[in-house]
Design a protein around this ligand. Structure first.
Ligand code: GAL
Length: 430
């Protein structure tokens, strides 16, 4: 789970506002007028939610830290109440024999830093190193498992190019700078953790998709090639020391020029212990002259009449298998953890029960693909279902439900869905 999607308590105990608190106030930015201010009230209910984690048989709990809860201005003053909240959460995990897995950055930048330019500012890396160091010092004795960034492609493109996520910025210049600062941050973060946390197990998470051309026409194949560079290769390749994948792609050439990135090839490299793979759906593209640089447009699952979730995302365990294989093929990836996998389906509560067979089936199919990948020699250490409870789904508001546990957002009542019970039974047999 992610702080901005679950914690709520947005202005309690000294927490500063994040970009999502501010963005949500803007007219029309979040569907259905949903705000993240209370979310799933995890801040006050984490003990109950951890009991659910335990009851469903999971041995690991992934959560993110709200940067502005522990550093309200983003840098400088530390808020002890925020540090103490995460200590309570970690202690509770340990008490329940659940391994805590911390994500350092899951999209909720302190607003104070956004006002100084946020991810588009060259100061970002200094702020980030400080923040990681504060977290490492505070929690490193108790927590060994760390994810530096969650989906850098997601928060840079949606937040700094398309304006659909916080902070709502647009424009190529912002985008190219944000990409570069994120590419540096993932490696910088890794280095800070390595030096400050004894026996740390360090990774970072990427969104990835099996990209396919709609037809075999050369122009569609070229559209798929560029889309693959953006969706899958853009952040992992600099991390592996290969620099940006710019082959014959003007957008990435520009990225390199704007940031003089060749000077940073060494600094963008870090030897992660694992890579977090997050795959939801394959992407099928065809050529389009109207989309600058990439010249590609997606052919949606509904148009192609293939099975899809209520989000419109194609259900494709085969595509999931392909991305696992693709990342493993780099050779330099030591281990993979599937740090997110899940689906939104329109759940119905009938007589206090949610029979979400489609979600259950989704996880079964994706787990089968994972087992196949393991049999084929890919080192996969784990599968984290996205997600424990329904939550605040960013600009989509509260409508899309991904949880194994249903939440009534008026009363905060939790009800385990059939998919949750399925996990419990499945894990009891493992
Ligand atoms: C991921 C993101 C999560 C969650 C999920 C479902 O991209 O990391 O926070 O929202 O998608 O849409």
């Amino acid at each position: 789970m992610a702080a901005a999607q679950n914690e709520g308590a947005w202005n309690e105990d000294g927490r500063g506002p994040s970009i999502w608190d501010v963005f949500a106030r803007r007219q029309g930015k979040i569907k259905g007028k949903g705000k993240p201010y209370m979310a799933t009230d995890f801040y006050h209910r984490f003990k109950d939610d951890l009991l659910l984690v335990k009851a469903l048989g999971f041995n690991t709990f992934r959560f993110s830290i709200s940067w502005s809860r522990i550093m309200p201005d983003g840098s400088g003053k530390i808020n002890q109440a925020g540090i103490s909240f995460y200590h309570q959460l970690i202690d509770e995990c340990l008490k329940q024999d659940i391994t805590p897995f911390i994500t350092l950055y899951h999209w909720d930048l302190p607003q104070a830093l956004e006002q100084k330019g946020g991810w588009a500012s060259h100061l970002m890396n200094r702020w980030f190193i400080k923040y990681v160091s504060v977290c490492a010092t505070a929690f490193g004795d108790k927590v060994k498992n760390w994810i530096v960034l969650n989906e850098p492609f997601g928060f840079t493109s949606l937040g700094y190019m398309l304006g659909r996520h916080a902070p709502g910025k647009t424009g190529l210049d912002n985008y190219l700078k944000a990409i570069h600062h994120a590419a540096l941050a993932q490696a910088d973060g890794g280095r800070v953790l390595r030096s400050e946390v004894k026996n740390a197990y360090i990774g970072t998470s990427f969104s990835c998709s099996d990209v396919r051309p709609f037809t075999n026409k050369a122009e569609d194949i070229e559209a798929a090639r560029k889309t693959d560079i953006l969706l899958n290769r853009l952040f992992i390749e600099p991390l592996l020391g290969k620099g940006y994948p710019s082959e014959n792609f003007k957008l990435i050439e520009k990225l390199e020029l704007v940031n003089k990135s060749w000077k940073f090839t060494d600094r963008m490299r870090f030897d992660m212990d694992f890579i977090g793979v997050q795959n939801y759906f394959p992407v099928v593209v065809k050529h389009s002259p109207f989309i600058p640089y990439v010249n590609a447009t997606e052919v949606k699952a509904a148009t192609r009449k293939v099975p899809h979730t209520a989000m419109g995302w194609e259900i494709s365990p085969g595509g999931f298998y392909n991305v696992l294989k693709k990342f493993w093929k780099y050779g330099a990836v030591k281990e993979i953890i599937v740090t997110e996998s899940g689906a939104f389906f329109t759940d119905k509560m009938v007589n206090g029960q949610v029979a979400d067979e489609a979600r259950m089936h989704y996880h079964q199919q994706y787990l089968q693909a994972l087992l196949q990948a393991k049999k084929d020699g890919i080192k996969i250490k784990g599968y984290m279902a996205w997600t424990l409870t329904d939550n605040f789904e960013w600009s989509e508001g509260y409508h899309p439900r991904f949880g194994l546990v249903h939440i009534d957002f008026k009363t905060q009542l939790r009800t385990v869905k059939q998919s949750g019970y399925w996990f419990r039974d499945f894990l009891a047999d493992v």
